[in-house]
Design a protein around this ligand. Structure first.
Ligand code: HEC
Length: 174
């Protein structure tokens, strides 16, 4: 085995032992919003997150993610991320899936053809209705997974921030 390869393997073993690889757990405390840039919320690590006020009002991005998810992903993953017989319940997956893994899985897709199974997650990397709203879908599913967001259309939402309008115009138009 080449030396660099060996070093790489050692690094992986060390990180697994140290608990830094493949051990991602999300919960309400980790997902708590600590900052807000023009209506978009971030947790203490700078990862996009949801914000739900006491009266149930959700931030714009969570609401937008609800709409996008339930038009692009629900056919396979079930309404509100509740799962189906052939695709996992993302409202559970996001309890243990990191933001980076979420983004790459949705962009690149995934196939599991082992043992006669044919489980295919399509790649959405060139679908603007998905990639222009990836963070929206992520924060929505995160809210479903760890934020006690109930199923169905959120009754109350923040107004659409100017930044969301600008980002949408440049992403969808470009
Ligand atoms: C045509 C059906 C289909 C559609 C549409 C679809 N998915 Fe999937 N997705 C799957 C299947 C099947 C898997 C499981 C793949 C496997 O076995 O590795 C999966 C897996 C995933 C995973 C990994 C879950 C885990 O527990 O590891 C994520 C995240 C995901 N999909 C997100 C999305 C999002 C977001 C959308 C909408 C933009 C979407 N999917 C649309 C079929 C679909």
């Amino acid at each position: 085995m080449p030396v660099r390869m060996k070093q790489f393997c050692v690094a992986i073993v060390v990180s697994v032992l140290a608990g830094t690889v493949n051990v991602h757990a999300d919960d309400k405390a980790t997902a708590a919003a600590v900052s807000n840039e023009d209506g978009k919320y971030f947790d203490k690590d700078g990862t996009p997150t949801f914000n739900i006020k006491e009266d149930g009002t959700v931030d714009w991005y969570t609401y937008s993610g609800y709409r996008r998810f339930n038009s692009e992903c629900n056919v396979c993953h079930g309404a509100d991320g509740a799962g189906s017989s052939f695709a996992p319940a993302l409202a559970n997956s996001l309890k243990t899936m990191s933001y980076a893994d979420f983004l790459s899985t949705v962009a690149e897709g995934r196939k599991n053809l082992s043992a006669g199974k044919e489980s295919v997650m399509p790649a959405f990397g060139d679908n603007k209705n998905v990639y222009c709203y990836l963070d929206d879908i992520y924060v929505y599913l995160r809210a479903r997974a760890v934020g006690d967001l109930p199923r169905g259309r959120p009754a109350k939402k923040d107004d659409k921030p100017a930044a969301a309008k600008e980002q949408e115009t440049s992403c969808m138009g470009g």
